[in-house]
Design a protein around this ligand. Structure first.
Ligand SMILES: Cc1cc2nc3c(=O)[nH]c(=O)nc-3n(C[C@H](O)[C@H](O)[C@H](O)COP(=O)(O)OP(=O)(O)OC[C@H]3O[C@@H](n4cnc5c(N)ncnc54)[C@H](O)[C@@H]3O)c2cc1C
Length: 378
């Protein structure tokens, strides 16, 4: 069957699903998307106005080629739609020189010739007075980095897919995905539909939808907190995003509105989400203590009382590497899950890879290290 005639379901039109729908529709597939809410909603892994984009990966330099692919597709989607989905304001990575994430970031930069600057304490204090670093810390400015607008990106990709012929069923929960001869059946509360292939991108609902998944995906509850600066230190000409690697991993983004700064924490500090349908969206005062500590130590120009708090969910694998590829026992189902807190920046690349796998059964992108094929440990 030719790619142009393939019928492909996209289950979950969130971060990855909206990109997959766009890439599939762009290649002429007949695409039908399903989401339990609507593209751009805030009850899952996306939301909160900003996500960091960066080129120099500190988890694993094997992501860099995928980041380059994502980078090109962000540009393409912006050009096709005329929307500003990202702004490249840079991303400042700070932390102990000896920490493995600093070593990986420098390895990414060296291996791939990435545009960057290394700043010593004096240069950092002069250029970015809003940050404090400690003895033995390094600071690296990744220049092809900045922030992405997550809600706008998801809605733009979904809308572009619809312009190219995709149909998206909003407020339609998929209950079951059933492999059938040469295809797959998608069951909802109102009926079932048959497809050649399904791309399954349910984010934090992955264990609900696929209870027999052979890998563990731990669903965590992530708090985003917004703080208002007490001085003008945050409002220089340059407003990079930042990541502090250790001793407490945290990150932050000056809001596009120029009024506040959003802070977030690492996986180890996130509580289990429990049932994704019953997410506790109330932040308890004790959950704020860590933010106050970080502000006191590294970001003293922020007022320690948050002006806004939001709660999201994300699925983490044991290795922090996502699960990308065929679902065992269901060769016509392509799974993308477990993005472990770092999927957004890569989402156009993952959408394109999903389209490769759904239409051709293979991808030319270097995905062996994240593939489901032959994978034993999550
Ligand atoms: C607070 C926070 C900050 C983050 N910061 C960054 C960052 O700075 N940079 C970065 O790169 N990454 C970041 N991430 C990670 C990134 O946002 C996620 O990896 C990514 O959004 C995951 O995408 P997804 O498609 O798997 O999930 P989602 O975007 O949640 O999409 C899943 C979709 O599936 C739908 N769905 C689920 N079950 C069903 C069903 N049965 N039927 C129909 N629809 C269904 C849901 O409604 C949802 O729309 C962050 C994550 C969080 C939570």
């Amino acid at each position: 069957m030719s790619a142009a005639r393939k019928r492909v379901a996209v289950v979950g039109v969130g971060t990855m699903g909206s990109q997959a729908a766009w890439r599939l529709a762009a290649r002429g597939a007949e695409v039908v998307g399903y989401d339990r809410f609507a593209p751009g909603h805030d009850r899952s892994a996306a939301g909160g106005e900003t996500r960091i984009f960066r080129s120099a990966h500190f988890e694993d330099s094997r992501y860099v080629p995928l980041l380059k692919h994502a980078d090109a597709l962000y540009e393409q989607l912006q050009q096709e739609t005329g929307r500003e989905l990202r702004r490249l304001t840079g991303c400042l990575l700070m932390g102990p020189t000896e920490h493995h994430q600093m070593a990986t970031v420098l390895q990414s930069i060296a291996e791939h010739g990435l545009d960057h600057e290394v700043l010593d304490a004096e240069a950092l204090a002069k250029r970015f007075p809003q940050y404090r670093i400690e003895d033995g810390d390094a600071a690296v400015l990744d220049r092809r980095a900045g922030f992405i607008r997550p809600e706008l990106t998801i809605q733009t990709a979904a809308r572009r897919a619809e312009q190219l012929g995709a149909v998206i069923h909003r407020y339609t929960t998929v209950r079951e995905i059933v492999p059938v001869a040469n295809g797959v059946e998608i069951r909802t509360d109102t009926g079932s539909e048959r497809f050649d292939t399904a791309v399954v991108t349910p984010g934090p609902w992955v264990n609900d939808l696929l209870p027999d998944l052979p890998w563990e995906v731990d669903i965590r509850r992530l708090v985003s907190a917004w703080f208002v600066p007490t001085t003008n230190a945050w409002f220089g000409e340059e407003r990079p995003a930042f990541i502090r690697t250790a001793p407490t991993h945290c990150y932050g983004l000056p809001s596009p509105d120029g009024i506040s700064v959003k802070l977030g924490l690492s996986q180890a500090l996130h509580r289990p989400a429990g049932d994704p349908n019953e997410l506790d969206r109330t932040v308890q005062p004790e959950e704020l203590e860590i933010f106050s500590e970080l502000i006191g130590r590294y970001l003293p120009d922020l007022h320690p009382d948050p002006t806004r708090l939001s709660v999201y969910m994300e699925g983490y694998t044991g290795s922090s590497r996502p699960l990308v590829g065929p679902l065992p026992g269901a060769e016509n189902v392509v799974l993308l899950a477990g993005f472990s807190g770092h999927g957004f920046k890569l989402s156009p690349a993952f959408g394109d890879i999903a389209a490769d796998l759904a239409l051709d059964g293979t991808s030319s992108q270097p995905i062996d290290f994240i593939s489901t094929v032959g994978r034993t440990e999550a």
